[in-house]
Design a protein around this ligand. Structure first.
Ligand code: ZN
Length: 184
């Protein structure tokens, strides 16, 4: 059996990562592929059972607490699934996620994952970094700076303080270019 392919999609907040993932989900469904979409449970901005873009496109998904739970709920053997999609990978446990993604690839399942590459301080997220390192294909997408409209690679925190894993709403974060971004 051929090894599965790993594609990793990264970018700043509001760059359109989930839209990019949804595009691939729709392609796979159009091809009649057996798919599974997973997101971490921490992300309950819009819905527990949906991945949603900021412009209200969505697809059903499984909201996971951890990989042990995923593996007891889904049987990945016997060609039950052809593509597994992971959203908000920065909030998934890095060690467990790498191990499980590697397992999926080894049994011939393609994996497409999406998430933030950096936090608002400019620090790389562990899980995203590992999945970039392991990827066969990398897609980095860019937002538009909220100040000048040029390409944005950074996520800017509009208010000070708060946890690193604070789930992002547009009242807290916005995309910014290097000139208009500072870490905080
Ligand atoms: Zn700018």
């Amino acid at each position: 059996m051929d090894r599965g392919t790993l594609e990793t999609i990264v970018g700043a907040m509001f760059a359109g990562k989930t839209s990019e993932l949804l595009k691939r989900i729709l392609w796979a469904e159009h091809q009649g592929k057996k798919i599974l979409v997973i997101k971490p449970k921490i992300d309950n901005r819009y819905s527990e059972k949906l991945i949603s873009t900021h412009n209200n496109l969505s697809h059903e998904c499984y909201a996971m607490n951890n990989w042990k739970e995923v593996n007891s709920n889904f049987d990945f053997s016997n060609n039950n699934y052809e593509v597994v999609f992971l959203d908000e990978i920065q909030f998934m446990d890095s060690k467990e996620t790498i191990k499980n993604v590697e397992n999926l690839l080894q049994i011939g399942i393609d994996v497409v994952c999406a998430g933030l590459d950096q936090d608002s301080r400019g620090k790389p997220w562990d899980t995203s970094s590992y999945l970039l390192g392991l990827a066969d294909k990398i897609t980095k997408i860019y937002g538009f700076c909220n100040v000048c409209g040029l390409e944005a690679t950074k996520t800017y925190r509009k208010i000070e303080g708060g946890e690193r894993t604070q789930v992002g709403a547009s009242n807290i974060y916005e995309p910014r270019c290097l000139k208009h971004w500072k870490p905080r």
